[in-house]
Ligand binder design. Sequence first.
Ligand code: ATP
Length: 613
Amino acid sequence: MGSSRRPDGYSARVRHAFHVDLRGIVDLLSRHLYSSPRVYVRELLQNSVDAITARGIDGTAPAGIRIEPLEVTGDGSLRIHDTGIGLTEPQVHELLATIGNSAKRDALGFARHDFLGQFGIGLLSCFLVADEIEVITRHGDEETVVWRGHADGHYTVERGPARESPGTTVVLRARRDFEHWLGASTVTELARHYGALLPYEVRVGEERITEGDPPWRARHPSPDTRREALLEYGERLIGATPFDVIDLEVPEAGLSGAAFVLPYADRTGPGERASHRVYLKRMLLGDRVEKILPDWAFFVRCVIDTDELRPTASREHLYEDDLLDTTREALGAQLRAWLVRLAATSPPRLAAFLRVHHLGVMALALHDVEMLRIVDEWIDVETNEGRVALGDLRRRHRILHYTPTDEEFRRFASIAAAQGIGLVNGGYTYHAEILRRLHRLDPDLVVRRLDPDDLATRFDVLDSAAEFATREFLGIARATLGPRGCAPVLRSFSPASLPVLHLEGGDARLAADLRAAREEADGVWAELLEPSDPEASDPEANEGARPLLVFNHRNPLVARLTSTVDARVVELSVEALYGYAMLAGNRLLRPDDVAGVNRAFLGLVEHAVHPLR
Ligand SMILES: Nc1ncnc2c1ncn2[C@@H]1O[C@H](COP(=O)(O)OP(=O)(O)OP(=O)(O)O)[C@@H](O)[C@H]1O
């Protein structure tokens, strides 16, 4: 026949509506949108809060929400009653039966400011725990309407017995094996978790779960009692008494809250994101919300309530927009101001804070000159002059050197110290970057990565005659230093002002220098350099493996010492120079070393007073 066909070959167009398989939608929500069935309590509370807000305070009914769990209803259902605005019959069809429709958007489809909900899907989360949702609702003096939605996608509407007063009751009948989600203990816990700060009274059974104002808003007789109460709250939040509490306020985001300074180093570390407790219009968004603070602020956990920031549809995170950006910046500025204030008003507290959080502050100093100043003045770094603040170090040196690795630092620290070069171990997190930024505070300061050629590590061998003349000296030095596990070596090197250099074992580069020097020497003299050392035949295995005390023949004092005939004076001087080299190289003095230094010191004093005969 083909009579319904148009000349262009198409049949007449028929319009259909999508059929939504509700089971499929619920499955999608539960798997991909909501992290757990527990969110159904949040969605119910939220709808009741919005309904009460929409009704406004008309003075006829106390605003309140009451949940009756399984144990209270006794009929296998959970009920939640509110004194909210209720729905008319047409609204029931329009709002409850249309997925994605919400009364909480304005004519242009934007979320309306007063309400928590906006997407028109929240009620569906009840299907995570229930097969049937019943809504019994009365708006003003209108008739009471009963809507029943089923998980298979059909619903019924009928007029029911009149409710005593306007408002809504939602009744959930548990899905098989989900009964425990509707039981008193779970519901109480969840209602408290999400709703403890809600502005309307919420009860589960007879138990009130709302706590009134947020702790940072609550009234207290004095600032001290307020601080104490906040610290107690913080302790419950982070599991330890906070180091301090910082008030937070960002009016553009309708945000207030408190940041608790952790008394321990954050376990997440600078690379990971710290998470915070966030309330949205006093309903909990989540306990582990990220990105509310700048990444560097990992030394605090905060709790905030915001009216203006928007949630994602899962209501578990904040929506990234310009407002979240500016809020994050404003919160960062408040934390930074706290730190600057601490530095100015309470240095010992700042020092205590930095002992725990130096990493966070250093991370911050990479972008912020104020923080750099704090690092410069208050954070001790490892240098070849011990642990000192950079500020102190740069007051002593106009050129600072650093090694990029810890290993290089260990290798060169003492040689640099002996030559008066200020060297910082840049092998720790952020240290090298901080050093490179120091010119921001001190434009004339020169900061350089250490080039081993900056160090005088060319050890020249003495000429044969001089070498021969020092044989006795070396013999005494060897006998004196032997018990210290250290071997004496005599070389000429710069600077001449440096009499001795203590070298740790394992310094491959110096060992190579020494070896090269010896190879240049005539075989006979090479033998002389380490004549009594049994390992001398295998220099590869020997040199550089044990500590060496290198005497500098270019130094006038050492040159004189090598030709001193008085063995006792040589012995005391070697002992004293050994102690000096250990101290100059920042070596750890063992009890034996200390005793040796004392002996040498007293012996030399005695010698000066009563020259030894
Ligand atoms: N307790 C209640 N009292 C009055 N109206 C309600 C109640 N619960 C739900 N409604 C109505 O049903 C609509 C749909 O609710 P639903 O929870 O699905 O979405 P929503 O709250 O609008 O948005 P969201 O998905 O963000 O929660 C609401 O917009 C509201 O008009």
